[in-house]
Design a protein. Sequence first.
Length: 274
Amino acid sequence: MRTTDRRAQVCRFRRSLLRWFRRHGRDLPWRRTRDPYRIVVSEFMLQQTQVSRVAVYYAGFLARYPTLESLAAASPTSVRESWEGLGYYRRATNLQRLAQEVVRDRGGLIPSDPEELRRLPGVGRYTAGAIASFAFERAVPAVDTNVARVLQRAFYPRSRGKTITQRLWELAALLVPTQAKNAWAFNQAIMELGALVCTARVARCGACPVRKHCAMGKRREAVTAALPRRTKRPARTSPRSTPRCAAASAARRSSAQPHRSDRADPAGSPSEGR
């Protein structure tokens, strides 16, 4: 694909996705804040855990540890107890280590630069991008499993191998808008698309807002259009009966019915079966 064509596809993809997200994006508690600490907590909880499950524990955890300092000063046992039910307890340990390091070495200020964030405990490439984007509205990519699946299906459906990961990160960087609010919305939107529409189990191309700009979506539309259409068979109508046939049918029905005396016992009283 030529560079100009790719850029045009990127612009159309981004515009359609943002329009869909503004109408259909879920109202999640961590989307109502830009507080860095709260975003960090949500991102650690969301690692390998479904959104519905995190929503149950998110508010309670923040009620118990409302600030970075309170989490840093808590006992590891109490933090683990507060994490009970979410699983993967190493995340809770890393989250507290992050809080302690930021309070001790960074004056309690979570950095906004992805490279600085990656130096903190438990923060990888994706989590650094997500915190920078969702807390500070930085125009940086955040490629998790959902995002990678959407981008690969849309732009590189046949690509495989070790280089695909880097290509997807480069593409994501190209897709993210430069305007802060749009960058936040785009990263949220593409994760939402991967979670609800373009899922690992099934790609719901018919409900996808970017199917016209997606390689897989366009291929599926072409296949569907090439399939032969089923034609409805005309309903069978019974021929009209002539007066003579109607009279004969009525006579047969009359002779087939039992006479009134047949429905009574010999004494004239109703039979026991009635």
